[in-house]
Unconditional design. Structure first.
Length: 138
């Protein structure tokens, strides 16, 4: 996998990048994204806002399902279970495919911090819209 080309393809995902989410690693088996936790990611309870955790996980799913499969894939149904607030200052999301079909995919995404605190677990069903030449051979 050409990590620089994958990063270049996803550079226009402005919401993720304005929130400091970056692509760390992409293989045929998984994708890892990360984000530094800042004050702008905290809620009124002074813990990471759930939507930020969800966005990080959803982006890891998008990175793997689109770049590795070479097909436009969108979230169809996503379920998140929050386990505990992070103890560290950095969040990671690792997306791994469970099933890849012709028109649907199923992923498991785990979110954790640099201290290996399990923060959340996500299952994501995706719908394959079709082939995309820009996504081929990333």
């Amino acid at each position: 996998m050409d990590l620089d080309r994958i990063k270049s393809f996803f550079k226009d995902d402005r919401y993720c990048f304005v929130n400091g989410i970056e692509i760390v690693e992409v293989t045929k088996d998984y994708a890892v994204c990360r984000a530094q936790i800042t004050n702008s990611h905290l809620n009124a309870n002074n813990t990471v806002q759930g939507g930020f955790t969800f966005t990080l996980a959803d982006f890891a799913f998008a990175v793997h399902s689109n770049s590795v499969l070479g097909r436009w894939t969108v979230s169809q149904n996503v379920n998140i279970s929050y386990i505990r607030p992070p103890k560290g200052k950095m969040l990671f999301a690792k997306a791994e495919p469970v099933h890849i079909g012709k028109s649907t995919v199923l992923y498991r995404v785990e979110v954790y911090d640099e201290l290996n605190t399990k923060v959340a677990c996500i299952t994501a069903n995706g719908y394959v819209l079709g082939e995309n030449a820009a996504l081929k051979n990333l």
